[in-house]
Design a protein around this ligand. Structure first.
Ligand SMILES: Cc1ncc(COP(=O)(O)O)c(C=O)c1O
Length: 480
């Protein structure tokens, strides 16, 4: 609740943001706020960073300190913070029609946004099913895949394949697709039918079982090998039982695994061969993150469904969507077939209006082209960090990079659980934040620092980010 008590300060600072009473908020947070994916004990002990304002690629905390937002909130604020026109678009829509469902009725913003997304989506992905976030978009795709095969007379096709360490959301269905055992163990039994194959972690290709025979391009061959593991899994389980494969164009969890050239082409071929649907989970990679509205376009493949959220509104209002091909839509065109699935707030008028305005900003400012032009400079700037003993790998694409930290560069030896705990939780996250960079130190796979800033930044900000990382990672090494 915003502080309104006259005993605490609510004056305007020179940045125009309301000044809050930090101690009061900390106490209320401790007493009542259950954080997501976080240890409550840390908040109880040390309090929580409270962010009060954003502008461009900067955020400010409750004490007035400024930070670079190196993660666009949570891969979300692609157009940057403080865009007044997005707030105004929300206000305009709320005044005219704050809410109406798309359950047998419709409203102009949802219709216009569906039309717009169909235009941007590759191939014949022309039908848009709205939700309120990424996990729901994945859940929708999972349910639709199962239903589609039942309608096509193949009711045993219900299993889904995804990749090791991939994150696809928290609803129980999406969790069945998520490939991070430690995040699932406490909720077992989870929706059955999820099967895992290797991801495209090229840095650790051999550890995953890839053997290069010295012929052809090593990275290309690795991509073919990884794709062929999907075929192997389909055959292990029986094609008549497999409904869909869920893949992020660039896998986030584990630290930014881009696809080797040819990977998605081979996956598409396999899916077509065995009548398995290909779902591109673009919750992170959509809306400019990889330099196009959809990364499926960047990597030149046409999935059967795209799931998206986050950057769709740049976070100014929550929204998610599942974009569906003509083939999948076809059985629903006729008769009394309906998809008995939906969300009260799916296609919310305010979120849809904000998304449309956000996409206008993308067009007017050429954000996708900006990312394509500057991505190589971002990469080269981060690669300078490879001279540090703790930096094993820099990888990613677009404005989406992971920096893998290792104990021994030559052997690629990683940290044990204890060291990871001390390094990532005990030191790095806080030290980077204290040094003015909000980003993510993640150990769902091997330890990585992840960067996904607003798409508006350029070379001088890349240098600034590199400078902060360099000093903090240098210190981290001395603490090992
Ligand atoms: C690839 C992917 N899919 C799904 C999700 C779940 O999205 P949400 O948190 O909006 O439910 C995420 C969230 O980060 C994601 O990265």
């Amino acid at each position: 609740m915003t502080v309104t008590d006259s005993s605490v300060s609510t004056t305007r600072s020179e940045h125009g943001s309301t000044r809050y009473d930090s101690a009061d908020l900390q106490q209320k947070a401790k007493d009542h706020l259950w954080m997501h994916f976080a240890r409550q004990s840390a908040m109880e002990k040390e309090g929580v960073p409270i962010i009060v304002r954003g502008d461009g690629h900067h955020i400010w905390d409750v004490n007035g300190k400024r930070y670079i937002d190196g993660l666009a909130g949570l891969f979300v604020v692609n157009a940057g913070h403080g865009r007044k026109r997005l707030a105004e678009a929300a206000a305009r829509q709320a005044e005219e029609l704050a809410f109406f469902p798309i359950w047998s009725y419709a409203h102009p913003s949802a219709i216009e946004l569906a039309d717009r997304l169909a235009d941007y989506a590759p191939g014949d992905l022309n039908h848009v099913f709205f939700s309120t976030g990424g996990g729901e978009a994945v859940e929708t795709a999972f349910k639709l895949a199962k239903y589609y095969w039942k309608l096509k007379g193949q009711p045993t096709k219900h299993k889904v394949i995804s990749r090791s360490i991939a994150y696809h959301g928290t609803p129980q269905g999406a969790l069945a697709i998520t490939g991070i055992p430690a995040m699932k163990a406490m909720f077992e039994p989870i929706t059955p039918g999820g099967f895992r194959v290797p991801n495209t972690n090229y840095y650790r290709a051999e550890e995953m079982g890839f053997v290069w025979n010295g012929e052809g391009d090593r990275r290309f061959e690795f991509g073919q090998w990884a794709a062929n593991r999907i075929e192997e899994m389909i055959l292990f389980e029986g094609p008549e039982t497999v409904a869909a494969v869920f893949l992020e164009p660039v896998q986030n969890s584990g630290g930014c695994f881009p696809p080797p050239e040819g990977y998605f082409q081979r996956v598409r071929e396999i899916c077509d061969k065995y009548d398995v649907l290909l779902v591109a989970d673009e919750v992170i990679t959509g809306f400019g993150r990889i330099g196009n509205m959809f990364a499926s376009t960047t990597y030149d493949f046409v999935p059967d469904m795209i799931t998206c959220a986050k950057g769709l509104t740049s976070g100014y209002s929550p929204a998610g969507a599942t974009i569906i091909s003509e083939k999948l839509y076809e059985p629903f065109r006729h008769g009394d077939t309906a998809f008995y699935h939906g969300y009260t707030f799916g296609g919310h008028p305010v979120s849809a209006a904000v998304a449309l305005e956000n996409l206008d900003i993308f067009e007017e400012e050429g954000l996708n082209a900006h990312v394509r032009e500057n991505s190589p400079v971002f990469r080269a700037t981060l690669e300078r960090l490879l001279d540090l003993p703790i930096v094993g790998d820099v990888r990613g694409d677009g404005y989406f990079f992971g920096i893998e930290l290792v104990k021994d560069k030559a052997t690629k030896e990683t940290f044990d659980d204890d060291e990871s705990e001390r390094l990532l939780r005990g030191f790095l996250s806080k030290a980077l934040f204290d040094a003015g960079l909000y980003c993510r130190a993640d150990d769902r796979g091997d330890p990585v620092v992840q960067l996904a800033p607003p798409l508006t930044i350029g070379p001088s900000e890349f240098d600034e980010i590199e400078g902060i990382l360099r000093s903090v990672l240098t210190e981290a090494w001395t603490r090992l």
